[in-house]
Design a binder for this molecule. Structure first.
Ligand SMILES: Cc1cc2nc3c(=O)[nH]c(=O)nc-3n(C[C@H](O)[C@H](O)[C@H](O)COP(=O)(O)OP(=O)(O)OC[C@H]3O[C@@H](n4cnc5c(N)ncnc54)[C@H](O)[C@@H]3O)c2cc1C
Length: 381
């Protein structure tokens, strides 16, 4: 049954579920509307929590937002575990590697950029690199090691969020919304599909397709690296995210082709060709799954968090970083539900940076009074 009061979260991907969990745990009456909660891009993703190794010159806000959310990840994971299900946080760190001379020049530029930003980076070469990661091929001569860049099993995370939502009292309405549902406050978090649900988002959110593979090292074949490896190969990027001792996720292509989720033969070939330069044994692995998902793209690769109109909040547009940004996004949405402002670290994601283009009204977030489980959140300090 749909509750016509309280908080309605539209979309139960990592963003909607994280917001729903935090809101319900804080006392709000929350319903998640989604025909298939825990699906979408969040199910397909690689699970890197690696803003530093992905830092691009000119994207300093993306890096700062990512680092602020990464800082919150250990306690977010601990709280999820305490709610009953381990989300599979991995703390082995990340290596950035390159293959061709031109790729190595790009890696050097990344190292210099990170040094300018004062980030902690170690360089591994030769024997120390081979000892650390014996499965890396001879074309990989050096690596930047960023111990602070983490990873999570995105599917274990979704299971943990669903369990935490249920134990916090979140209700689920298993149907697709054609329009925003009746509620005191709606949180629009339908990922790449959010643009269809509010006119202000129509030109702001676009699907960015990504293909990704899941593989398993067969008996007698060198196992995957013990930590995430991000590689530049012939000017293209790919990454390997280990899941357990034998399994690894290989991602990801990136295309702007609308709402297309077919996995193409060319996409699979590109990923495998590139990965084989980094991890030669991968050709002997079992290919367990190929899938494609739609990243919710935004004009500046930063999410859109804030009020679209009284009673309608938005949390979408997380592009390549929705898993990483879930803890900070949920914290920001809870602050808005309580009538406050987003944390200063999330200011770069505020939707009002696009206010003139979107025609959004700033101000009170509520249509009515959000119903809580016996508590009025607005009375809290
Ligand atoms: C190949 C690939 C690899 C990625 N790797 C990483 C990574 O390593 N690290 C990282 O941080 N990010 C990664 N991302 C990005 C990340 O997956 C997304 O940013 C994130 O999942 C977005 O979460 P979301 O909840 O906004 O959207 P989604 O996960 O897409 O969820 C949207 C939900 O809304 C529901 N929905 C849609 N329309 C409606 C409707 N009308 N009514 C009700 N419900 C609706 C859907 O069923 C779905 O459950 C990757 C993405 C892809 C595609």
């Amino acid at each position: 049954m749909v509750r016509s009061s309280g908080v309605a979260v539209v979309g139960g991907g990592v963003i909607g579920l994280a917001c729903a969990w935090r809101a319900a745990a804080a006392g709000f009456a929350v319903t998640v509307h989604d025909p298939a909660p825990g699906s979408g891009a969040s199910w397909v993703a690689g699970g890197m929590l690696a803003p530093v190794t992905e830092a691009l010159p000119g994207e300093d806000d993306v890096l700062a937002l990512g680092v602020a959310s990464l800082d919150r990840w250990p306690s977010f994971a601990t709280e999820l575990s305490a709610a009953g299900t381990d989300p599979g946080l991995r703390t082995e760190g990340t290596l950035a590697v390159a293959v061709d001379p031109a790729d190595r020049a790009e890696l050097d530029r990344l190292g210099e950029h990170l040094a300018r930003l004062g980030r902690d980076v170690d360089v591994l070469r030769g024997r120390s690199l081979r000892l650390a990661e014996p499965s890396l091929g001879p074309a990989v001569r050096s690596a930047l090691s960023v111990p602070g860049d983490l990873a999570v099993d995105n599917r274990a995370l979704l299971a943990a969020l669903l369990a935490a939502c249920r134990s916090a009292g979140v209700a689920f309405e298993p149907s697709r919304c054609e329009t925003l549902p009746p509620a005191d406050v709606v949180v629009l978090a339908a990922g790449a599909h959010s643009g269809a649900l509010h006119p202000a988002l129509r030109e702001m959110i676009r699907p960015v397709k990504g293909e990704i593979l899941r593989l398993r090292a067969r008996r007698g074949v060198l196992p995957p690296p013990s930590r995430t490896v991000r590689a530049v190969v012939g000017g293209r990027r790919c990454y390997l995210v280990p899941r357990d001792r034998a399994r690894v996720v290989l991602g990801a292509t990136q295309y702007e082709v609308g709402f297309d989720t077919d996995v193409t033969a060319g996409g699979v070939r590109q990923l495998l060709d590139d990965a084989e330069r980094v991890l030669p044994a991968i050709g002997e692995y079992a290919l367990e799954e190929s899938s494609a998902g739609l990243r919710p793209g935004s004009p500046d690769n930063l999410p859109l968090i804030g009020s679209l109109e009284p009673g309608v909040l938005v949390a979408t547009g997380h592009s390549r970083h929705g898993i990483l940004l879930a803890p900070l996004t949920a914290e920001a949405v809870l602050a808005l539900l309580r009538g406050g402002s987003v944390p200063p670290e999330a200011a770069s994601a505020e939707v009002n940076r696009f206010a003139p283009a979107m025609g959004v009204s700033e101000g009170a977030p509520r249509r009515g009074n959000a119903v809580t489980h016996g508590r009025d959140e607005r009375s809290e300090a």
